[in-house]
Each structure stands twice: as C-alpha cells, then as structure tokens.
Ligand binder design. Sequence first.
Ligand code: UDP
Ligand code: MG
Length: 340
Amino acid sequence: MHFTDVALGAAPTKEIAWPSPMTTHNKQQLLSLVIPVYNEEDVIPALLPQLVQALQDVDIEHEIIVVDDGSSDGTWKLLCDAAHRRSDISLLRLSRNFGKEAAIMAGLRECTGDAAIVLDADLQHPPRMLVEMTEQWLQGDVDIIHAVKSDDHNAPTMDRVTSHWFGRLFRRMTGYEIRGATDYKLLDRRVIDVLNELQDYNLFFRGTTLWLGFRHRNIYFELGNRRGGQSKWTPMSRLRLGITAITSFTALPLHLMTVVGLISFLFAIVMGVHTLYNKISGVAVEGFTTVILLLLIFGSLITLSLGVIGAYLSKIHDEVRDRPRYLIAEEVLRDREQAD
Ligand code: UDP
Ligand code: MG
C-alpha cells in the first residue's frame, strides 16, 4: 500500500479490529502459588488448608511452592510434613534468611506454572482472592494482576503512616504509585520469565513488577489480620527496603546533592562578598557564631551527601560482586511426572 492510498481513502476507523492475540487457557494449564515464609510455624497449619480450599474453586491445575527463608523455628518441619502428605506442595529452604524479595524470586525461578500468584503466609492476603485473580487471568487479556490494599486499618499505625509517606516520596521521585501496593500479585509466565532474566541483586519486587509494564490491572482488597506470630519486619529492615527501592529506581538523590551544592555555592558567594565588604569598610564581623553555624551547616550537608553517595556505592558494590541473590540448602520438589 502507498501512503497516498491512506491519504485518499476513507477515513480510518478509530479502532483496528485485529484478530485477538490473546492466549487461550484451558484446564491443562498450571497455576503456581509462591509463598515466602520466615518463622511462620503459627500460621502454616491454618494457611495450607485454606489455600487448598480456595484452590478447589479454581478450575485449573496447581502447585504450591513454599520458600522457607531460613526459618529457625518449626516451620520447615511443618512444611515437610505437609509436602509428605500432598503431592502438590514443593519446598525450598534457603541457606539463611535472605529476605522476602529473595525468597519470592527463588520461588518464581522454581515454579513451572503458566502463571504464578505470590502471596504472604500470614493470611493477610485473603486466599479467596485467588479465585478471582485466576479467573481474570484465564480470560487471557491480562499479564499482571496487582492486588492493592483498599484499606489497611489492620496494619500498625506506625507502618501505615511511614508507608503512606514513603509511597508519596517514591511517586514524586519515580512516578510509580506504590501506595496500597502489596506483593500479592498474579504474574503470567512471560512476566515470570522476564523477571527471572533480571540480574538485579537488590530487587524491589513491588516496584519492579510495576516497572515491567505488560497488560496489568489492579484489584482491591481489605488487608486481613495476621493469623498468628508477628510481623517479620523491623524498622531497620523496612529502612533497608526503602533504600533499596529508591536506589534501584532513581538517581534523583544524587542529583539533589548537586543542587544543594549549587545553592550552598551561591550562598557562599553572597556571604563572602558581605564579609569582604565588612572587612574593607572596617566593620568588625561578628565572627565566632557565624563560623560555628557555617561549620555545622556545611559539615552536615557534606556528611549527608557522602551518606547518599555511600548508599548508591554499596548497592553498586552488591551488584558488581555478582553473588547469587540466595542459596538453596534443601529442596523437596513435587513429583512433576506423577503430578502432570
Ligand atoms: N518473610 C520472608 N522473609 C523475611 C521476612 C518475611 O519470607 O525476611 C515472609 C513472611 O513469612 C510472610 C511475608 O514475607 O509470609 C510477609 O511478612 P510479614 O507478614 O512479616 O510482613 P508485613 O505483613 O508485616 O509487612
Ligand atoms: Mg503480614
């Protein structure tokens, strides 16, 4: 076709009715559940039956992959008992506590499903939503389903406030909205494959799955109560995840340091001219207080800048060492031949 054909022909319709490229799903497809667990002996006995119950309402084959992120309580034993009884459960045991993101990535690498749903073990992510997520995916027009908290009044106040403000800061800096975002997500196989290709040592799962794009949508849920045990996050581990999130998504803090440096420079020029003028005109400068204040202000700014540079440097260090994100100490894999 020549361009003139288009120019002279009838006005193109607004929507092009291409044949649907959508994948067709059927009962032969496999859904993987990926669950990171760390010292969850109090919730495992409630979790597994609820998952199995929810999966009965999903018209698809499934496997459950539980990744023990270096638990020191009876979690692994409980999991082994469960895997012994059920052929749909596979287990990975990391060699130590590598953190939730690493545990999720270990599970995603191991899973063989046409789609995977990642969810927490403590039943704060309601298993009944598995049905809705899977049904939506089976329609074939979505690759990622993000389960978003519509209400998090069950979370501790401090966590709510910090995650709200961090979410605002993150959106300002990166353009990605993570307020309400959770790690409860359905990922199509092609998304899982792309994620597995990523080499990032420091990965912020919640943000990276947004960054990936693909055909995605949100579904909303009310965050449940933790079924037992305690949150595994300490203020320190939250701070670490926050630093990982920002450093892996934007270099803006580094650029801000340059801006602060420029402003300080302008301030220094004004102060310098003023001081010289006073000296030349013979007016004694009120020196001591000014010097102390300037030392404190610029000392803090320089230390702060070094801290920001240090944060990026340590992340770069993590990446160039090229160490594996996690190490697997033990695995109990379902008999795929038998199960298929
Ligand atoms: N988790 C993990 N490794 C960790 C910390 C947590 O695998 O180092 C798991 C934990 O067992 C749970 C999920 O990540 O299944 C969410 O953790 P938690 O409920 O403590 O987080 P919160 O809901 O308080 O954000
Ligand atoms: Mg929780």
